[in-house]
Design a protein around this ligand. Structure first.
Ligand code: ATP
Ligand code: MG
Length: 390
């Protein structure tokens, strides 16, 4: 019976009333997919806890825990030893399971919880008995109820008794898929992968859209974006990547429009094309990595101009964050090192020397009269390719 498993406490799920079962189903599905590469598992739900039972001895639970810590919708989880619901079995398993930790500790504390009310002993009795047994086996220890070196937790539940130490923090948020589907406009920069992560954390399933301008941008630049998506997908689940051919549009703008409006007109094309691609795929909104004031195209008047061509909601989860805060998250999700690799992005290819920071929509509309807007958008949408890099 003694087997190591992973116990998961649902996060915000507990708060969601009638939607709860939908959330739980999504969480279990996402967990199953996330840990599948590590071996065979049995996953069960009971009393707002999800149990992961490894089915093969060769499974490395450290690796599985690391993976589980990135799945959204989990408040906390722990590695636990499952034992028979019998006091003697619990006591001797506790000695073995915590041997190393207790040998190296000075103080400990036992906490118990009896979810199975048919079990003969109440929580305080369980704690007292297990505590006493541990003191007999490790006489150098003393009990410290406030700040113990080692916390021994005993839970009596329907499938068995579980012993574990303190819980590890989960990734929080909502299970991916429960918040609908959106398009993330992703460049090779620092910001958009962080924006993707933040929206996935709210349960949004993502499709990535990337604008590439070969030969001005290289194959390697596209690979870099694929690597970023791969890293985000450890949290966000599978992300499809759409690559839009953007060269023709950029060349047309450069040849036919005033230089100081280049970036804004380009960004309006990105929004138009993305909006079309999103609608074709039933994606409910666009997400960008914009943050107010960061660059010329991210002032309020500039954002007003780019948003004017798009009739889907545009979410900008980083809008009020400063660069240090964004970088801190990008390091946490391990996209930072990739983001700072020096490959040309389509945005940097033709950057105007003096970009407008206070543009007006009418100005841009006027400048765009020189372009076959609809045709260019259609051509880009039709030339878009679905890439599976992973
Ligand atoms: P990032 O760090 O995400 O590149 P940024 O601060 O460099 O952002 P911009 O280059 O102005 O800002 O881009 C603003 C947003 O537009 C990006 O966060 C991203 O959502 C989108 N974007 C920019 N370039 C591309 C691209 N080549 N493909 C798809 N989306 C892009
Ligand atoms: Mg950028």
């Amino acid at each position: 019976m003694n087997q190591e498993i992973i116990l998961i406490k649902n996060g915000e799920l507990a708060l969601k009333g009638l939607n709860r079962s939908t959330f739980e189903v999504a969480l279990v599905k996402n967990l199953r997919r996330a840990i599948a590469p590590f071996g065979k598992f049995d996953i069960q739900k009971s009393q707002s806890t999800v149990f992961i039972f490894p089915k093969e001895d060769s499974i490395d639970l450290d690796e599985v825990c690391n993976r589980v810590s990135k799945v959204f919708g989990l408040a906390a989880f722990s590695r636990a030893l499952m034992v028979e619901k019998d006091m003697d079995a619990i006591k001797s398993a506790t000695v073995d399971y915590f041997k190393e930790a207790l040998q190296n500790a000075k103080t400990f504390k036992v906490e118990s919880k009896r979810a199975d009310k048919t079990f003969s002993k109440k929580s305080p009795e369980i704690s007292a008995e297990v505590g006493e047994h541990l003191l007999q086996n490790f006489p150098h220890l003393t009990v410290d109820v406030h700040n113990p070196d080692v916390l021994v937790y005993v839970e009596i539940r329907d499938f068995g008794a579980y012993i574990h130490s303190q819980q590890l923090p989960g990734a929080g948020g909502m299970p991916v898929g429960t918040g609908g589907k959106c398009a993330i406009l992703i460049s090779g920069g620092i910001d958009s992968p962080v924006a993707a992560y933040m929206m996935a954390k709210r349960g949004i399933k993502l499709t990535a859209i990337h604008f590439a301008s070969p030969p001005y941008t290289s194959e390697r630049a596209e690979q870099k974006v694929a690597t970023l998506i791969q890293k985000v997908s450890e949290y966000a689940g599978r992300i499809e990547m759409l690559v839009v051919p953007f060269t023709h549009i950029q060349e047309e703008i450069r040849q036919n429009c005033p230089e100081d409006l280049f970036t804004l007109i380009m960004r309006r094309f990105m929004m138009r094309v993305s909006c079309k691609l999103a609608k074709e795929r039933d994606l409910g909104a666009l997400i960008t990595g914009e943050s107010v004031g960061q660059v010329a195209s991210q002032t309020i008047p500039a954002i007003t101009c780019t948003e004017a061509v798009c009739d889907l909601p545009v979410f900008r989860p980083l809008i009020g964050m400063n660069k240090e805060e964004i970088i801190r998250i990008s390091r946490k999700i391990d996209t930072f090192k990739t983001s700072i690799e020096p490959y040309e992005d389509c945005c940097t290819v033709f950057t105007p020397k003096h970009p407008r920071t206070r543009p007006k929509v009418e100005q841009l509309e006027k400048a765009e009269e020189a372009l076959p807007v609809e045709e260019l958008v259609k051509e880009a949408v039709e030339g878009t390719k679905l890439h599976h890099f992973f």
